[in-house]
Design a protein around this ligand. Structure first.
Ligand code: PRP
Length: 177
C-alpha cells in the first residue's frame, strides 16, 4: 500500500478511539456495559477501544457479513453466532468498523432489542452516510467519510489488508493486485 493512499494514520485513529472511549465512559458513568462487537472488521477497533474503556464491561462477539468479496453491500446480511448472545436486561453497545448502507447495524440492533436488552447504542469507527439505505444514525462515530472504498485497521477487500494499522483508500486499479 502506498503512503499516498493513507486516509487516517495509526496515530490519528488511536487518538480518535481514545476520545470515543472518554465519551462512552462518561455517558455510561460506571454502569455495567455489554459490548457486542461485529466481526471480523471490528477486531482492531474493539481491541483499541477495550484498552481505553476500563472496567465494568462484558464482551460478546458475533459475526456478520454482507460484502463477500465485493466492494459494495450485497444487501442481505448474514449473521452467525447469535446463539450464545447474552444481552437480556443489559445496556448494550454494538461496535463495528463501518456503517455503510446501515443494513448490518440495523439487523444487529433489531436482534438485540428482540432479545430484551435494556438499551442499545451503536459505535463505529467510520461512517459513510452517503450510502445509507436505512435510517440509521450511529450514536458514536470516529470519522465520517465520503463514498470511497477503504481498507486497513480491520477493513478488508476480499480478505486482504485487514492487518494494516492505518486506514487507506483502495483505488479501482489496486483491487486486481
Ligand atoms: C462490513 C463491515 C460492517 C458492514 C457494514 O462487514 O465490517 O459490518 O460491512 O456495511 P453495511 O452498513 O452496508 O451493512 P463485511 O460484510 O464486509 O464482513 P467482515 O466484517 O467480516 O469483513
Amino acid at each position: 500500500m502506498k503512503e499516498g493512499n493513507v486516509l487516517f494514520s495509526e496515530e490519528r485513529i488511536k487518538r480518535r478511539v481514545r476520545e470515543l472511549a472518554v465519551e462512552i465512559t462518561r455517558d455510561y458513568a460506571g454502569k455495567p456495559l455489554t459490548v457486542v462487537a461485529v466481526l471480523k472488521g471490528s477486531v482492531r477497533f474493539l481491541h483499541d477501544l477495550l484498552d481505553c474503556l476500563g472496567e465494568h464491561l462484558t464482551v460478546e462477539l458475533i459475526e456478520a457479513s454482507s460484502y463477500g468479496d465485493r466492494t459494495n453491500s450485497s444487501g442481505s446480511v448474514l449473521i452467525r453466532s447469535y446463539g450464545q448472545l447474552r444481552v437480556s436486561g443489559r445496556d448494550v453497545l454494538v461496535v463495528d468498523d463501518i456503517a455503510d448502507t446501515g443494513l448490518t447495524l440495523q439487523s444487529v440492533v433489531s436482534e438485540i432489542e428482540t432479545r430484551g436488552a435494556r438499551s442499545v447504542r451503536t459505535c463505529v469507527l467510520l461512517d459513510k452516510p452517503s450510502r445509507r439505505r436505512v435510517p440509521l444514525e450511529p450514536d458514536y462515530r470516529g470519522f465520517t467519510i465520503g463514498d470511497v472504498f477503504v481498507v486497513g485497521y480491520g477493513l478488508d477487500y476480499a480478505g486482504r489488508f485487514r492487518d494494516l494499522p492505518y486506514i487507506a483508500l483502495l483505488r479501482p486499479t489496486e483491487k486486481a493486485r
